[in-house]
Design a protein around this ligand. Structure first.
Ligand code: KIV
Length: 294
């Protein structure tokens, strides 16, 4: 007999989500829920809550490692976090984000680095940013048997080229180019596509034209699924909150008040209390004193 509550039994016996399941969900019109995850306890909570996929995003550079943007993140840093997530998640599809310069230099490097995400990171798929300029790398990675998720619109690794973290595809010309890129990524074999910070009606049109699911972030309700950076949703990242985020908690403030209370308890001698203390049997204590006084 399991001692788990029924809702947790349902979650722990949940069927493994695959890239094929992503496609089937789109066919059935079922929205796909994705969140980022970077560590073991969060992966456990996400998986048990029933998330479809966990993206170990290179956003971890900003929200976990404190970098200014995602550019400094390395493959080794990503893999460290991927392994932690893989230890916590059972059913969710696990997608590792290929960091800046891990797939741009050559197709050989792209395949090798993508392979590390599966072999050493415990991921089941990789994500990389860019459209037509990335087709060689995407085809090569797929040729090695590794599922690829695309990423169009605001692609943070190109922040310097884009002139900042700004919405994309807001003119007829750039919107048409984005639609073309989306079709090219589908044709190349991507199993899904992130659309970041693009006008809602453009994202909806792209979603309708593709057979693979689109996962939107700041791209409106017309996408086949949604993704958010978990630290934004939890209110854990204090630098800024993008307009498209809905905050479901304010954990930064909660953490601060817990830490403040702890400091006050230590300074006021109210922690640790009796119940946090290990006791020694009186006779052993007496024996110790006796031995020391001999
Ligand atoms: O790195 C990341 O977390 C991402 C998502 C915002 C899609 O790429």
């Amino acid at each position: 007999m399991s001692t788990l509550p029924p809702n947790l039994i349902a979650q722990t016996t949940r069927k493994k989500i695959t890239t094929l399941a992503f496609r089937q969900k789109k066919e059935r019109g079922e929205p796909i829920a994705v969140l980022t995850g970077y560590d073991y306890p969060t992966a456990l909570a996400l998986d048990q809550a029933g998330i479809d996929a966990i993206l170990v995003g290179d956003s971890l550079g900003m929200v976990v490692l404190g970098y200014e943007n995602t550019l400094p993140v390395t493959v080794d840093e990503m893999l460290h976090h991927c392994r932690a997530v893989a230890r916590g998640a059972r059913a969710a599809l696990l997608i590792g984000d290929m960091p800046f310069m891990s797939y741009q230099v050559s197709t050989e490097e792209a395949i090798r680095n993508a392979g590390r995400f599966l072999q050493q990171g415990g991921m089941q798929a990789v994500k990389l940013e860019g459209g037509r300029e990335r087709l060689h790398a995407i085809r090569a990675i797929l040729g090695a048997g590794i599922p690829v998720m695309g990423h169009l619109g605001l692609t943070p690794q190109s922040v310097n080229l884009l002139g900042g973290f700004r919405p994309q595809g807001r003119t007829a010309v750039t919107a048409e180019r984005l639609l073309e890129d989306a079709l090219l990524l589908e044709e190349a074999g991507c199993f899904s596509l992130v659309l970041e910070s693009v006008p809602a009606r453009l994202a909806e049109m792209v979603s309708k034209r593709l057979t693979i699911p689109t996962i939107g972030i700041g791209a409106g309700a017309g996408c086949d699924g949604q993704v958010l950076v978990t630290h934004d949703l939890l209110g854990l990242f204090d630098r800024f909150t993008p307009k498209f985020v809905r905050k479901y908690a304010d954990l930064h403030t909660e953490m601060q008040s817990a830490f403040t209370a702890y400091i006050a308890d230590v300074q006021g001698h109210t922690f640790p209390a009796q119940e946090h203390t290990v006791e020694m049997p009186d006779e052993e204590w007496e024996a110790l004193l006796h031995n020391l006084n001999r």
